[in-house]
Design a protein around this ligand. Sequence first.
Ligand code: DOR
Ligand code: ZN
Length: 353
Amino acid sequence: MQSPIDTLTITRPDDWHLHLRDGAVLDSVVADTARQFARAIIMPNLRPPVTTTELAHAYRDRIYSALERAGLSTTSFTPLMTLYLTDNTSADEVVRASKSGFVHGIKLYPAGATTNSDAGVTDLLGKCVPALEAMQATGMPLLVHGEVTDPEIDLFDREAIFIDRIMIPLRRAFPALKVVFEHLTTSDGVDYVREAAGPVAATITAHHLLYNRNALFQGGMRPHWYCLPVLKRERHRLALLQAASSGSGRFFLGTDSAPHAKGLKENACGCAGCYTALHAMELYATAFDSVGSLDKLEAFASLNGPAFYGLPVNQGTLTLNREAYTIPAELPMADTTVVPLAGGESLGWKVAL
Ligand code: DOR
Ligand code: ZN
């Protein structure tokens, strides 16, 4: 019998979907990410949202300052900035972003779909055609929060309906547009991304690989497992795990780590978002190990993303050891507290220091 792998060394990974936030918590959040990842695609849903190249430049400076305050070198981590698409994003702004060299994607939040999405798009193929044309022409990827916001549609069906109502018409109109279907959560999404013609890929979170929707209600309501798109049925989790470990270059790592203060999650109307930046690679290793696919983790975490974005693969490595690791129950951050996903529980993998 083959002995299990106890140490895994992979090319240093990247996080292709991350919420770093801003202000006082930024120092802690960026430090947690930079400990594991060389680069990350930084989501633009701040208040106010990052809608221009100029705002992205200023945000990038704040991220580098936070890295320095956390005692980390500014060469150890590269934030890959994004813009927030609105009904008014101009073709000129897309061209400016493309020429900047530091903006790597433009994010579509359907208005009202999730945290800080009120300024999002109300009618993609009606209002955003000039921006989409410029993105297709310049090779700027569209990063998609793939859920319809129609209140008539059941929360658990919003991704599947988005494919029919938005994704298929979008890609028919812009067949050469690079599209990343962010935080995929369903087998419908997996089937679409696997089979679609043209430059389409998807990110998958660790929490959607590890948990199904029962996790939200196990022994009571558990707000720290609440994110958007919400966790789905077990058959969807299994399809995601199969896709992530299939070796297909279309699927890659994106944590969607999204911290909220403890009191805003443990609340009558709790915020959506799971904080996983602290222990992301331990969570992904646990998921891949559960299906005997640790040998596929490097492609998913470190190779497929750079290939899709046209960026070089990182130089360094990251080592994971099979050892008991208890996730901290709470993390102090500036004047607040964040509860990491599965805080207080144990995992069987730990990133080597
Ligand atoms: O759970 C989520 N949290 N999903 C999102 O799309 C946004 C994110 C956040 O910013 O908190
Ligand atoms: Zn997100």
